[in-house]
Structure formats: C-alpha cells, structure tokens
Design a binder for this molecule. Structure first.
Ligand SMILES: [Zn+2]
Length: 311
C-alpha cells in the first residue's frame, strides 16, 4: 500500500522517516524537470511513455519518450523512440551532469564490426573516432560529432543508408578536431569516407555532415548567416581558414561534383580561405576494391580545381 501511495501522490507529499531518500528523489525529479521532461505522471520503478521535450513527439505527436525513474536507486533514464530523434540519457540524483547523446550509445556489435571490416576500416580507427551504435535491437551506426573533445551531436545511419541527425546541434564538420592545426585539410562527403581516408594514412580529414546537394546552385552566394545548408563551413571557419591547402575528395557522381563546386566557391579565394582548392574524385569504393594504397595515390595526385566553372 505504501508503495502504491508513493506512486501517485508525488514527491512533495512523501512522508517517510528516511528524509534523505525523499531529498534524493526530489533532487532527481528536479534535475529531470530541468531537462524539460515532465514526470508528474511517472510511476517510479516502471516504464512510462512521456512527451519528448526534444522532438515533441515528431510528426505523429506521440508519447515517444520511454522514461524510467527509480526511487530506490535514485536514477532516471530515458530514450525517445521517434526514429528521427533518438534522444537518450540517464541521470543520477548526485551526479552533477546529465549525459545526453552518448548514453544512448554502445560499442559496435559483431554485425557492424564486420560491416566496417569489409570496408577495411580498422578497430583502432573506429575507436579513435568514437564510432558507436545506437542502443536497442536495431542495427544503427552512430557517428559522434565532437568539438574540442566535447560531444556535440550524433548522426545515425542504418545499414540501408538511411541517415538522420540529432536535432538542435550546431552543424559542424565530422572529425573537426583532427584538422584543428592542419595545414592541409581533406574534405569528404560522408563519415565512412573520412574513416577510409584516415585508414589510408590521412587523419587530417573531415566529412561534411549532410551529404551532397543534387546540383550546384546557380544563384550567387548568399551571406554566411543565411547559408543554412553550408553553415558547417562557417561554424568551422576557425579551423579552415588556417589551412594553406584544402582537398575536396568527393564522389565522382553529379551530386559529388556539385558538392565539390559548392565547397570550392565558399572556400576559394573569394572568401576566407587563402589556400588553393583542388578536387579529386575518390569514392569509398576505391578503398574497398583497391586498398588504401590506391586511395593514398589518388590523394597525392589531386589536381587543382577549376574555379572558373563556377561563376
Ligand atoms: Zn524525441
């Protein structure tokens, strides 16, 4: 009966001798509420579906956040089951920080380890780049985005190449910390490409966070503050403007060429980068089929990009 009452009368009315426990629970509840999770309807020790404060339930406006709070053990954990959100985390009453994205992640399982092994991406490279997978029963890769070592976002990818990114994070280049002091920077089209290039001996590589556009925009460049699709370049200017050479290693298809063009016109001499822009066409397939030596050779033989095609 006592348990039952605790479930429904809420923290403020808890009357138990163990004042400390009550305090702990109140502290936990406050921390959870500070994250925007409304837990008044929560039954401790059980899983409850709540409205997710991050995605507000997505398009279906459903209660997508699976939430669990333990009164006995003083912790709360949650995961949003809206596929496009995936917000997850856990918090302890006495832990000063709530950990966000990383808590919904776990080390790569055998399926994903094999997936990367087939692409000749080693365990060391995966670990160095903190490649994880989403916790749960689905096989979903998680590429963690970091800035100055801090986890600032996560991009998810299924084996069927479906992508989505955690909302509300600044768009930055993937692997940004690897080019912080680089004189030469290689920019590729996807996270797996970045890992492949690193495997070929070039850790000074970053990937764009949102793939390639369908075609090059014919209109003139818009000011950085309105340049939403390429905001990651402006957000990472502090690293890019130090480089004397930037190599655009995109796929050879039309979107890949369009991406190279769009990057070149922003990074080229008309904007902040004093370096020379070059383009080569390498795909992750090069690494898969020919090994990293061929990729290395392609990178070393890159030719200057023809800027006149752009304007
Ligand atoms: Zn959500």
């Amino acid at each position: 009966m006592l348990e039952y009452l605790f479930c429904y009368i809420g923290v403020a009315s808890l009357k138990r001798d163990e004042n400390k426990e009550v305090d702990n629970y109140a502290k936990l509840k406050e921390k959870v509420e500070n994250l925007g999770i409304c837990c008044n309807s929560v039954t401790p020790e059980e899983y409850t579906r709540l409205m997710c404060p991050k995605c507000k339930g997505g398009q279906l406006i459903e209660r997508s956040l699976s939430f669990h709070m333990s009164w006995k053990r003083n912790y709360a954990l949650w995961r949003c089951f809206n596929f496009e959100c995936g917000w997850a985390g856990q918090i302890l009453a006495h832990n000063s920080t709530a950990t966000m994205a990383s808590d919904g992640l776990e080390p790569l399982d055998d399926v994903l380890a094999a997936y990367f092994a087939k692409r000749m991406i080693s365990k060391d490279t995966l670990e160095r780049n903190h490649v994880m997978q989403m916790a749960g029963d689905q096989i979903i890769m998680a590429f963690t985005y970091r800035r100055n070592g801090m986890l600032i976002g996560c991009k998810y990818r299924t084996l069927e190449k479906r992508f989505w990114q955690e909302k509300g994070t600044d768009k930055v280049l993937y692997g940004l910390d690897d080019v912080r002091d680089a004189d030469e920077i290689i920019i590729v089209e996807g996270e797996v490409d970045k890992l492949s290039v690193e495997e070929a001996g070039f850790p000074n590589c970053v990937s764009v966070p949102n793939g390639a556009p369908q075609s090059i925009a014919s209109k003139e460049l818009i000011p950085p503050e309105e340049d939403i699709r390429f905001s990651y370049l402006w957000n990472c200017a502090e690293c890019l403007e130090k480089a004397s050479k930037i190599l655009l290693a995109t796929d050879g298809d039309l979107p890949g060429q369009a991406l190279a063009g769009e990057l070149a016109r922003r990074l080229g001499k008309e904007r902040y980068c004093p370096g020379t822009c070059c383009q080569i066409s390498v795909m992750v397939l090069v690494l898969v089929n020919l090994g990293s030596e061929a990729l290395k050779e392609a990178i070393e033989c890159a030719v200057p990009y023809e800027m006149q095609n752009l304007n």
